[in-house]
Design a protein around this ligand. Sequence first.
Ligand code: SF4
Length: 311
Amino acid sequence: MSTESKYLFGPVPSRRLGLSLGVDVVPLKTCTQNCIYCQLGRHGVQTLERKSYVAAQAVLAELKQRIAEGLRADYITFSGSGEPTLNRDIGAMIDGIRAMTDMKVAIITNGTLLGDPEVRADCCKADVVLPSLDAADPETFEKINRPHEAIRFDAFIEGLCRFREQYAGPIWLEVFLLEGVNTADDEIARMRELIARIRPDKVQLNTAVRPTAERNLAALDEARLQAIAGKLNFNAEVIADFARPPESQEMPEASRQILEMLRRRPCSLEDVCRGLGVGGIVAIKNINSLIAAGRVRTQVQDGKTFYIVPA
Ligand code: SF4
């Protein structure tokens, strides 16, 4: 792929992070959880094993080249196609980024590994950390996040609290809300108590505005999200992106290639990654832009999501 690299995506405008360059450091859907709202499909590798899924040197070499070409972004953001803290070299990668540029570093994480002191130490190197909290009790945690069987809800919350004690930088806690799953009044009240314990700097509310792993999930509208933000009685804001991006933007080369591929036949996310030799973040971000622009839509076959170009 000519203008996109294998591990980097963007920079793209991000509601939370300004102009954000995404860094993808695990293979597609390699995660500690299998959330019902995941954009990466229903099946992947669920693991707690930290290892060098993607070599730090390969990521840093791509970044070095992009910086030499004049890259500027508000944040270099570890996110992408799974749980980035599963890559045990994430701390070394942040050190490498610091040696190369003064651009700020963000980590978007589901937070389940923050009970591990090494993960906390790695995350402490970032300028901002954006963990998730979608449930206020073990039952809802199981239902919405479907964590690895060894993850316990109480230990997950404890990890978030320990990280807060250790990390002086900003923590922006994302809460993903689905009507009828985690929006009952008592659930929101318990969530408010947990948030008070975790002490993030901000709470950011999101909902299912993109295709999700499981069908028939009910997104909240903006007014409902705002009402819940008020109930949390905290520095909470709505980040769900209900608006379509401007259609006039020039289409990135990666999107063109994906569109060309989908014109030939419907493809799953895995097909796109394999066919074009790109990481999950590059594929999903471009597909999402194409969906938002009305150029691509989803179709479910045998429980699997395929992307197609409407006739
Ligand atoms: S939404 Fe994030 S945390 Fe949940 S399964 Fe997908 S990649 Fe993992």
